[in-house]
Design a protein around this ligand. Sequence first.
Ligand code: NAP
Length: 278
Amino acid sequence: MILVTGASGKVGSEAARLLGAEQQPTRALVRDASRAPLAGVETVTGDFDRPDTLDAAMRGVETVILVSPAVPAQEIAVIAGAVRQGVQHIVKITSKASADSPVERRRGQAQIEEYLLAAGVSYTLLRANAYMQNILALAPMIKQSGGFVMSAGDGQVGMIDARDVAATAVKVAVSPEAHVGRTYWLTGPDLITYDDVAKELSDALGRTVEYRRTTPAEHRAAMLQAGVPESVATSNAQAFGLIAEGDAAWLSGEVASVTGTAPRPLRTFIADHVAAFT
Ligand SMILES: NC(=O)c1ccc[n+]([C@@H]2O[C@H](COP(=O)([O-])OP(=O)(O)OC[C@H]3O[C@@H](n4cnc5c(N)ncnc54)[C@H](OP(=O)(O)O)[C@@H]3O)[C@@H](O)[C@H]2O)c1
């Protein structure tokens, strides 16, 4: 049995869908049962803040695909529950984790990874570059104003479709033996700037979509004004500032080497989601 946490989210929902389609015995953990009506998949409700629900969800599970907002106390609770329940392998979705990063989220990921490595359960780390799905958050602004505000400058990003992160996680979870203790760096096929995003959106929509550059400080203020929680706005603005400096300009071939299939380019992502921008 494979348990997918965060099964209503970007990676978790696709991982559960793929496992269901492959008829792998799968349990999808969500906190709201109405969020995950997945064919061929057992749904279990649970909350990362309630260890009793995690233990119940992990009974009889061999492998966990661990996706969460990466709050250290929450993911550590999931890992502890997995160890208690005799889970054999954890596939952890992570990012460019670093204990001395200026970005709180990355320090949190480093803390979780450190706990996982010492927990005595076998693991695989999937360190993903930024998701193309983040572009969907720009849709309301694009619909309203014909463009988007962003503080990533001309920084390139090895942006990946979250569906390819999910496909990689599924491949590992179904046959973990070859991936024990491995770390894979996951990216899309191309280095993309936000000018490229604007151009691809313009081509798909048949009208100009503008990329309006702003500074990380102004961007943070705008996110706060739009109701984004302070810690998220701060981490996002820091991450975009780092992107402007080249921090996300990395590519790898590891999606294809694990799954046997090339990751989706930006054009495919936008074609598949064009309705969100119209
Ligand atoms: N976004 C990126 O660009 C990116 C890039 C690289 C790596 N990552 C990593 O990917 C991971 C997930 O990020 P994401 O952006 O994919 O997140 P996401 O799509 O928002 O998924 C988070 C999931 O966690 C669930 N969740 C939140 N709080 C919960 C709780 N207390 N109990 C149970 N479930 C809860 C959410 O459920 P609800 O639907 O109920 O909220 C959702 O299903 C993180 O480790 C992140 O660092 C993200």
